[in-house]
Design a protein around this ligand. Structure first.
Ligand code: SF4
Length: 353
């Protein structure tokens, strides 16, 4: 329980957000807690946590508390003669007034968001679309009204939930101020989706993705190179490209598979039931997928796990959030893969088992 003096700043912040909402760029606003599905075999994000919806009143209270913190940071910064800009001195002044804020999970996030321009927000946690649409719309409107400087609001969403929502509901959510959805496609191979307990088929991914695009969302689809190991490599590459071709999302983001501690896949690898791809085999899978990709999306490698390097030791692909524009830059990506295949690439230590 926060002390009465800082109760007006009381809000909660979740742990996860996509790389493109990282650094200091996005205000993290928690609409739900954890993952309502929570069964994917490769995922360790929320495994020990229980999913919870949050009430509209609770979420609005969080947004108001963030606004109170922003206003006080701005007011104290202005006293230091910095006009509207938030300053280091303003932050120090607020911390001196309320030292408890040193332990506030969201203070640094809000401060960095403000000094980065206060432009984007990310709605946490794993599938905000699971909220009743009218409630989601109400809190999105409140967020936009409270922070008019926002130019982009994004969230995670599941294909299955998107497919279940009516087109008019999705349009209303979009119009209430949710601009971009990050969806975990992972693979377009039905057998691999089943084994990974993703809870959706390739057709479900296509239906959900197309509905999101039709409603006007910017759609960002994540896939996992290497997810099927050696046994599924070709099917994974080709069916993922086919599925993404059918959706043609705004963004396709590569998040290479690495068996995480505590997941069943870690045991499957340790016990020899799953053979991981070597770095060279990963690139061959990537080559097969990219060759089959016929989209007008931006293809991105913005996750740190895209570690491959060229013969000079530089990263093979840019880690920029906007990646490569397809089809124009498809030859460039294929040329970089060809360069990578000439390199003696090893798993970096941070990805080793
Ligand atoms: S839906 Fe996303 S967050 Fe939930 S278990 Fe699957 S990968 Fe993890």
């Amino acid at each position: 329980m926060p002390s009465p003096a800082i109760q007006k700043y009381d809000f909660e912040t979740g742990v996860f957000r996509p790389p493109s909402e990282g650094g200091s760029f996005s205000l993290l606003v928690r609409f739900t807690r954890n993952c309502p599905w929570n069964r994917c075999e490769f995922c360790a994000m929320y495994k020990t946590e229980r999913f919870e919806l949050r009430s509209v009143a609770e979420i609005k209270q969080d947004i108001d508390a963030m606004a109170a913190m922003c206003n006080d940071l701005k007011a104290l910064s202005a006293k230091g003669g910095r006009g509207d800009s938030v300053s280091h001195e303003g932050a120090v002044a607020l911390l001196s007034r309320h030292p408890e804020l040193n332990h506030h999970q969201g203070f640094a996030m809000v401060y960095h968001w403000l000094i980065s321009g206060g432009k984007t927000a990310f709605v946490q946690d794993a599938n905000s679309l699971i909220m009743p649409p009218d409630q989601l719309i109400e809190v999105l409107r409140h967020l936009r009204q409270t922070f008019p400087s926002l130019t982009r609001v994004t969230s995670y969403g599941r294909s299955k939930t998107l497919a279940q929502r009516k087109p008019e509901e999705l349009r209303a959510i979009r119009e209430a101020g949710l601009d971009r959805l990050h969806v975990g496609l992972e693979t377009g191979d039905d057998e691999l989706l089943r084994r990974m307990k993703k809870g959706v088929t390739a057709q479900g991914h296509i239906e959900g993705g197309r509905k999101a695009m039709a409603a006007g969302f910017q759609l960002s689809e994540y896939w996992m190179p290497g997810l099927g190991g050696k046994a599924f490599s070709e099917a994974h590459a080709l069916h993922t490209a086919e599925t993404l071709n059918a959706i043609n999302p705004n963004y396709i983001r590569s998040r290479p598979f690495n068996p995480l501690p505590g997941t069943s896949l870690e045991s499957a690898v340790a016990e020899g039931h799953m053979q991981l791809l070597s770095p060279r085999e990963q690139l061959l899978e990537l080559q097969q997928m990219i060759e089959a990709l016929e989209v007008t999306s931006r293809v991105c490698f913005d996750h740190a796990a895209n570690y491959w390097t060229d013969r000079s030791g530089d990263l093979l692909f840019t880690h920029g959030y906007e990646g490569y524009k397809f089809p124009e830059e498809k030859p460039k990506v294929l040329a970089r893969i060809a360069e990578g295949l000439l390199t003696d690439i090893r798993h970096p230590t941070f990805l080793s088992l």
